[in-house]
Design a protein around this ligand. Sequence first.
Ligand SMILES: *[C@@H]1O[C@H](CO)[C@@H](O)[C@H](O)[C@H]1NC(C)=O
Ligand SMILES: *[C@@H]1O[C@H](CO)[C@@H](O)[C@H](O)[C@H]1NC(C)=O
Length: 304
Amino acid sequence: MKSLFYSRLFILLPWVLIVIIMIDIDTKRTSDRSTAYFYLSRLVNAQRQVRAPQTENNRTALPVIYAITPTYSRAVQKAELTRLSNTFRQVPRFHWIVVEDSNIRTELVSRFLAHSGLPYTHLHVLTPRRYKRSGMPRATEQRNAALDWLRTHHKPRDSGVVFFADDDNTYSLELFDEMRSTRQVSVWPVGLVGGRRYERPMVEKGRVVGWYTGWKADRPFAIDMAGFAVNLQVVLTNPRALFKRRGSLPGMQESDFLKQITEVGELEPKAHNCTRVLVWHTRTEKANLENEPRQTQDSVVIEV
Ligand SMILES: *[C@@H]1O[C@H](CO)[C@@H](O)[C@H](O)[C@H]1NC(C)=O
Ligand SMILES: *[C@@H]1O[C@H](CO)[C@@H](O)[C@H](O)[C@H]1NC(C)=O
């Protein structure tokens, strides 16, 4: 009797073990599915799917973004350029056009750019003294010098997107993804501008119909310098489009520029039909140097 019991047990035991193992595997699977691990793996996959085609596999297919940054010598200059370059280094297929308001390329900016790790072009043009007054549009000559450079260094079929990136703004990386697909001229909201939290193009049925700005509301093209991008083709096929000093109302220089190359109805709204702010006029406070000694007492020369 006892031997019969044992022989039965030996026959059944492997089957019992197999059943136990199967149940164990199955519960592990379902528990995996219900834990954070499952969501995490989905998240990682989703990010890969989003990133891979654009930035890794197909980099060379992206049009180059040309950011035009006018700059001038001041205490915070290097700090501003550093902040900008830290952003721009994250942007694939990017070319920085830095234009100094100076009659030379300064050593500070030359050194800075050489170590920035970015592809760049370093230009300079001095603003005539008669234009250096408050209330005058700023950086006109510098922006036009950059447009000239683009026109003389590109063939008619080169692809690219041109964007005016002043050195006192803050840029979200998403902004560059948005502007990359600019066919003619694209527009988006700008934060902390004109004494308001934001200004933005008003969009109806996917088309720009005007501006939400307050005081400039009656003007169809009340756009900020940080609020648009232009396809390089448009810059090349409109060789005379420039920023004008004469005849531009204060704050309307960018609008006058755009009128030379496009119409309101053709503007391409970006940033979710212009409902998201991806660039801000942060404006660095003027540096307080009232305790700076007239003649440096330090034993070494330090660039700030
Ligand atoms: C790369 O980009 C080109 C042009 O945008 C497109 O035709 C091609 O399918 C893309 N290739 C991959 C692998 O995504
Ligand atoms: C923008 O609006 C158009 C028309 O209403 C719509 O078809 C499109 O999906 C919208 N785009 C985004 C990104 O919300």
